[in-house]
Design a protein around this ligand. Structure first.
Ligand code: TA6
Length: 291
């Protein structure tokens, strides 16, 4: 079933079917929770969220658009489109209220929620666009993100589906599928590095992997499960765990939360930014599952 909930200032769609339950906030079209019946939650959400409009929720799957991360680290094609200085990280659509436009119940184990956001030209961004997020809640969780250029001018963007995964304990977690790929270490002046081993986390990690494999896995020893991430038309991946010191500088984040979460963000960045001509639509999909 579907219920509409109010969490302080934010409206959420609460989904429950025979396979799973989920919570999707209209602000940012942000999935905040996804849990399969009888299992640990797949997606992590801070218990320090304040649910105020204009404040992105810490956790879930934030939609970062029309730029990812620090705007100054983006390609000129993206930077030159943004008017005004000192913009926040991760674009502006995660702060806006999206519109729920469809609820589909194809079967007793599947619920599909569609939200849209019309972006009008304004003082920051001059390009009218229509954004859509289609979230399918079932035995798997999938998220499709679409952008249509409604204007006459082409525009470019970087973006990410900034997923926070719930894990048993960061010490017992490994990320498989990144070994052998180059990455930019944002904590070491974006130096290009490579590792030939599955990634284990024992310090702050904030890495941009351009052009990684389509399928990645997070093995979680404590919860005895493997999370699988399959991305279509999303060439890049950001891996992030704040560890101890950065956790103290993060909003809505507890001191030990870093042991319970890991971000794997499917993205289009740097050389892989998206350029849309008039009336063109970009589509990408990411599918999350676990055994
Ligand atoms: O995931 C990479 C990252 O850019 C980190 O550097 C950290 O800033 C994180 O995103 C969270 O950003 P936020 O603006 O949501 O606090």
């Amino acid at each position: 079933g579907i219920t509409i909930e109010l969490h302080k200032q934010l409206i959420a769609v609460s989904v429950r079917n025979e396979a799973a339950s989920a919570t999707i906030f209209l602000q940012g079209a942000q999935l905040a929770e996804y849990k399969r019946a009888g299992e640990h939650p797949l997606i992590w959400l801070s218990d320090q969220c304040d649910y105020q409009s204009g404040t992105p929720l810490r956790g879930g799957i934030p939609i970062c658009w029309p730029w990812f991360g620090d705007l100054s680290r983006n390609p000129k094609a993206v930077k030159n489109q943004i008017c005004g200085s000192d913009q926040p990280a991760h674009g502006f659509v995660r702060d806006r209220e999206w519109e729920l436009i469809a609820v589909e119940l194809p079967d007793t184990e599947t619920t599909r929620i569609t939200l849209k956001l019309e972006v009008a030209a304004d003082e920051i961004w001059k390009f009218p666009a229509a954004l859509r997020v289609i979230i399918t809640v079932g035995t798997e969780l999938s998220l499709q993100f679409q952008v249509t250029n409604l204007g006459a001018e082409p525009f470019s963007f970087s973006h990410a589906l900034h997923a926070y995964f719930n894990i048993g304990d960061i010490e017992g977690v490994r990320v498989e599928g990144l070994e052998g790929y180059d990455y930019l270490d944002t904590l070491d002046n974006w130096t290009l590095k490579k590792s030939n081993f599955p990634l284990q986390i024992n310090a702050e990690v904030d890495r941009v992997y351009p052009d990684v494999a389509k399928e990645l896995r997070i093995t979680d020893r404590k919860l005895n499960r493997t999370i699988k991430i399959e991305a279509m038309n999303l060439s890049d991946l950001v891996v992030w765990n704040p560890w101890i010191d950065k956790s103290k500088r993060l909003s809505h984040f507890g001191e030990t939360d870093y042991t319970q979460m890991l971000c794997l963000e499917s993205a289009r960045l740097l050389d892989n930014i998206v350029c849309l001509t008039a009336n063109e639509t970009y589509k990408c999909t990411v599918r999350y599952s676990f055994n």
